[in-house]
Structure formats: structure tokens, C-alpha cells
Write a new protein. Structure first.
Ligand code: SAM
Length: 356
């Protein structure tokens, strides 16, 4: 029986922990996760680094790192790595990506330049190893443009881009080619949704297909959400998601520019504003300030911070200054954390701020 480093968490934190372990590239897919009555034991590929440990501490109320005897995964879960052993030169095998994004039945992989000649074999291997996957795409370049979409190259399976993703029990129709969606933000979608209190009005300035709005409406039956996106394809998926989740009465989808929409119909209406457009967040702080009720409210501010030794402080400072320029003030920072490292020394940060 293989012994492995292991993360033990209470069962209720299981989904969060598994996602986190995947984000941190620590999951050991050769071994099987073990369940006891109250806890989950997740096998890791190595002891978490100090940085990873900090992340775990920030995101999990309780956990334990120890060693445990795990069962091997059943043969149906063969890693693509194993399937590639006799197809790739030995020196390239170590470069085979372990981190994959699964969005419904679509897998998205980042192929290092050295392996581009083998991309089809890698795609086929992923398809074979993950039975729930019907389609494999490779990322081509970065997320870009106003719609924040990434070019994808079809590698294997059925060539289609629409799928259904289930996140914390909520069904989301997505289209990986037409509208932004990242499964790496699942914990954030859930974290924000769980904070919304009865009768709140929420304005989601950059709503995408609705991964914040849908769980908010489902968790809090008296909440009203205005969900804006400039990408008509995103809004049409949002409308579908509103229907399948039966929250028509609570979510108002709006196609268009967030600035215009707030000016026209949402000035001083919001108890809470979600600003999930990190690339140009700062340029829209004035819009968030305009949307917040005169008596105040909460802003969830996502941004990128580059080359700063203190990314959280840097994000708070820039937000505080621009709020001030708009004749309002941050009365309290409620929360701040690095959501993920987007490149070496570049962080996506979220700051929750109470403003008045
Ligand atoms: C990073 S995505 C976030 C989507 C969603 N919140 C999520 O978590 O999946 C940002 C979204 O903002 C939209 N967007 C960009 N500029 C906009 C603007 N001026 N007004 C409204 N939406 C905009 C894009 O189309 C994109 O869907």
C-alpha cells in the first residue's frame, strides 16, 4: 500500500480543499481520496511548500498535514502521463502538464513549447484518462480583449465548445469559445454568495455567464441582482442559466457597458457591487462608487498586482485612493487575499471593502 503525504479536512471543507489542492498543483492523482465518517483524506504529491501552506491556512478553517496509506486509484483513472510513456521521448515526459482545467466535459490544457509536436498525443491521452471528458483544447496565448476570452486550439474528442459546469450544486451553461469562464474562481463565487444577506441589492458589473449571480440568487431568496456584461454571448448564456436555475424573479440581465448601465438605471441602488474585471478594475471604481447606496455598501474589488512585495497592501491602497477621489471613503477593509498567482510575481487579488 503506497504511503503518501496527506491533507485531512472535515468533510464539509472537502470540495474547497480539493479545488485548492488542484490549484496549488499538489494533487496526487495516482492515489484514491479516502473518506472517514467526518473527514476526507486527500493524497498530495509532496509536502506543501511554506507558500502553499500559507494559502491552505488562509482558505481552510481547519486541516492537518500527515502521512497516510492510500489505495491506488482504479485502472480507469490512468493518468495521461502513463499513457504517454511510450509515445514521448523520455526527456520530455517530465514536461507533460499535470494541471488541467475541467469545465464540464471539456478539458483545457496548457502545452509547453517543447511539447507542441506531441499535442495531439497529449490530447488523446487526456481524453482516454478522464472518462468524463469528451473534448480537449489547448490554451493559445493569454485571455484577451474586452470580452476576456482566450483562443483555444482543438486537440481531441468532439469539436464543440459549449458545455455544462456544476459548481457547488449550481448548473452553469458555459461556452469556452464565446464567453469568459474560469473554474479556478469557484471558491470565490461561493465565498461572495455566502455573504449576501436578506433583501440586498447586488450589482455585478462584469457578470459573465453568471457564476456570482446564480449562487447569490439561489442562496438568498430575497436578494435582487443586476448582472451586466458587454459580451452579448455571455449575457445569452446568463439568461439560460437564470432559467435553468429558476431565478428569473431575482436576476436582471443587462447587455452593455457597465458604466452606461449604472448611469442609466442603477445609480445609488446597490448594497454590494462585484467588480470582477481585474485587468482594468481601477478604471471602474468610480462606477462602483456611483452604484453604491448613499448610506454605503460593500465592494468586492478584483485586480492584478505586479511585482509588489505586499500585493494585498498595494491593492488596498490603490482602491482606497480612487474611492476617495470619487468623494466616498473606505470605512473598513473586510477581507483581502491573493486569489491566485497568474505569473511569477503577478497576483490576482481580491479586496472586500466597506465604503460610505
Ligand atoms: C474576467 S470576466 C468575469 C466574468 C464572471 N464574473 C466570472 O467570474 O466568470 C470579465 C467580464 O467583463 C465583461 N466586460 C468587459 N468590459 C466590460 C464593460 N465595460 N462593461 C460590462 N462588462 C464588461 C467581459 O465581457 C467579461 O465577460
Amino acid at each position: 500500500v503506497p504511503e503518501s503525504v496527506c491533507l485531512t479536512v472535515p468533510k464539509k471543507l472537502g470540495e474547497t480543499a480539493i479545488r485548492l489542492i488542484t490549484e496549488l498543483d499538489l494533487s496526487n492523482r495516482d492515489l484514491q481520496i479516502q473518506q472517514t465518517e467526518n473527514s476526507l483524506k486527500i493524497p498530495l504529491i509532496s509536502k506543501p511548500s511554506p507558500v502553499a501552506l500559507e494559502e491552505l491556512k488562509k482558505k481552510l478553517e481547519t486541516f492537518k498535514v500527515s502521512v497516510y496509506d492510500f489505495a491506488e486509484r482504479k485502472k480507469s483513472h490512468i493518468l495521461p502521463f502513463d499513457l504517454l510513456k511510450d509515445k514521448l521521448p523520455a526527456e520530455l515526459l517530465d514536461l507533460v502538464p499535470h494541471a488541467l482545467d475541467f469545465i464540464g466535459d471539456i478539458a483545457i490544457v496548457e502545452i509547453p513549447d517543447e511539447l507542441l509536436d506531441y499535442k495531439t498525443q497529449i490530447g488523446e491521452a487526456i481524453l482516454k484518462a478522464h472518462k468524463q471528458t469528451n473534448t480537449v483544447f489547448a490554451k493559445v496565448g493569454a485571455v484577451k480583449g474586452v470580452y476576456r476570452i482566450r483562443d483555444l486550439e482543438f486537440l481531441a474528442g468532439t469539436n464543440k465548445t459549449a458545455t455544462v459546469y456544476v459548481e457547488y450544486g449550481n448548473t452553469l451553461h458555459v461556452d469556452v469559445a464565446k464567453a469568459y469562464f474560469s473554474p479556478r474562481l469557484s471558491n470565490e463565487h461561493n465565498r461572495i454568495a455566502s455573504q449576501v444577506t436578506p433583501n440586498e441589492t447586488v450589482v455585478d458589473l462584469f457578470a459573465g455567464v453568471g457564476p456570482f449571480a446564480i449562487p447569490i440568487a439561489k442562496n438568498q431568496k430575497t436578494a435582487q441582482v443586476y448582472s451586466i456584461d458587454i459580451n452579448p454571448e455571455a449575457v445569452s448564456l446568463l439568461e439560460k442559466n437564470i432559467k435553468v436555475n429558476r431565478v428569473e424573479k431575482q436576476i436582471v440581465p443587462i447587455v452593455g457597458d457597465a458604466r452606461k448601465a449604472v448611469k442609466q438605471q442603477l445609480s445609488q441602488k446597490a448594497d454590494r457591487v462585484i467588480m470582477n474585471l481585474p485587468e482594468t478594475a481601477l478604471e471602474f471604481v468610480d462606477v462602483a462608487c456611483e452604484a453604491i447606496k448613499p448610506e454605503g455598501g460593500i465592494i468586492h474589488y478584483y485586480c492584478f498586482v505586479y511585482d509588489s512585495p505586499e500585493p494585498l497592501e498595494a491593492a488596498k491602497t490603490e482602491l482606497e485612493q480612487v474611492v476617495k477621489q470619487n468623494n466616498r471613503q473606505v470605512t473598513k477593509f473586510l477581507f483581502a487575499k491573493t486569489v491566485r498567482e497568474v505569473a511569477p510575481y503577478a497576483w490576482q487579488v481580491v479586496v472586500d471593502a466597506q465604503i460610505q
